[in-house]
Design a protein around this ligand. Sequence first.
Ligand code: G4P
Length: 535
Amino acid sequence: MSLTQEINRRRTFGIISHPDAGKTTLTEKLLLFGGAIQEAGAVKSNKIKKGATSDFMEIERQRGISVATSVLAFLYKDKKINILDTPGHKDFAEDTFRTLTAVDSVIVVIDVAKGVEEQTEKLVEVCRMRNIPMIVFINKLDREGKDAFDLLDEVEQKLGLKVVPLSFPIGMGYDFKGIYNIWERKLNLFSDESKQKVTKGIEFDDLNDPELNEYIGEDAADTLREELELVEEVYPSFDQEAYQAGNLQPVFFGSALNNFGVKELLDCFIEIAPAPQSKMSDVRLVDSKEDKFTGFVFKIHANMDPKHRDRLAFVKVVSGVFRRNTNYLHVKLGKKMKFSSPNAFFAEKKQIVDESFPGDIVGLHDTGNFKIGDTLTEGEILEFKGIPSFSPEHFRYVNNADPMKAKQLAKGLDQLMDEGVAQLFTLELNGRKVIGTVGALQFEVIQYRLEHEYGASCNYEMVNVHKACWVEPTDSNNDEFKEFKRVKQRFLARDKRGQLVFLADSAFTVQMTQQKYPSVKLHFVSEYEATASPV
Ligand code: G4P
């Protein structure tokens, strides 16, 4: 198969949702269609259950599972599908943001009763910023929920999307009769015994066909005809180009648990979703069809065995072919490296592969060379952009609790930060270290892992920081900048990459600082080209 054919048959995507909307269930049902698993219940949920936030065994167990479910690949029809798993827990949102840099499209799962929830809003915003193509799946139609039109409105308003329904529900909850698949012009009748089966659609080109009444009853048939007429009037017709550009979002309805509407979603997805895309680097746009290999690290996972410190770096292949035992340039380190046992992922298994193509994810064993965002090439000096750090929400001083273990602590912190567990800021004035996290849970995870994996112990101390603001470099002769640095000296720190960061203690301080020093540009994101305007 040619490189172009390999690329065209790949679909790499992520499923995002608010916890409990049905992401895990949907993933599992998709795998079922691919024959990657034989029965439901085989995919363990990669989520930390509610109420288990301090249960370290749970965290450790989840870490184990999340390696296995980081990438779930399967074949469906003639396509190779890679699902990149994203943690549902909000404390791990940063992980999800990073994974979104490696997908070519996403499916957004929404609970029909709960509608658009907080976590969905945040994740969709990130996808919108990057113009990632999105398909919406409205789940749990077997339960009483919101009216379909109200929900479509809510999705448009709260998520800022432009939707086009490609299927439509017939009734809901107790009265749920099925869906009309607008995309394929087929009627799918619901039976709650369909969990493991694929239901067959009945073709209906003309909805006025009286046969429709026989299937779903006269009242439901009339309502469906009216609703579909309204759909046609209100919503635009589907346009693949607009969808792939991130300007139009198709919507499907169904019930993941009952395996209903899932096949329709998958069949449409493989047809319309984009194959692996070109990606912008700091010097040029890299086309996936170029024959030279390029790729970047979007996730690092520590090995589960604490005695072996090796880690798995997840590399998304952007262009060309990644080959085993071949020298590649680690651009940031300026170092040639080759890999004798790169892992590919299939269903829930890891296996050593000789070749990987654009869209694929390769797991590379790493002893500390990789950081998130690092680029590998065949020799060209370029780095992929777009793995920003967002300002953490929680901050603490971290202190060494065992003077004999200072080295272990430094090493442990260094490696955990490479993995992206949290962010470390070193104060310019006195070298004290401040850890910033998205959720409070990470502080406990860090303490636990430092102790168990590095034999180091630490304690935390409160520090009054509201947000980390990355400071755009300016001319060092700029008097305003000099003044800013002098006055704010105590609050200035360096992040892991050495960028200057202002640790502001309140939203008011951020505002005042911007007013007082207008030429000093502050950003809540480490890579600020994406957001353009300062805070
Ligand atoms: P998540 O990964 O998005 O967090 O959600 P997950 O798939 O774990 O689903 C959350 C709950 O919603 C699960 O129930 C799951 O069985 C249920 N669910 C998923 N899809 C549907 C659906 O189409 N209809 C109905 N009625 N329920 C659905 P749970 O009781 O929390 O967990 P479990 O004990 O069943 O695993």
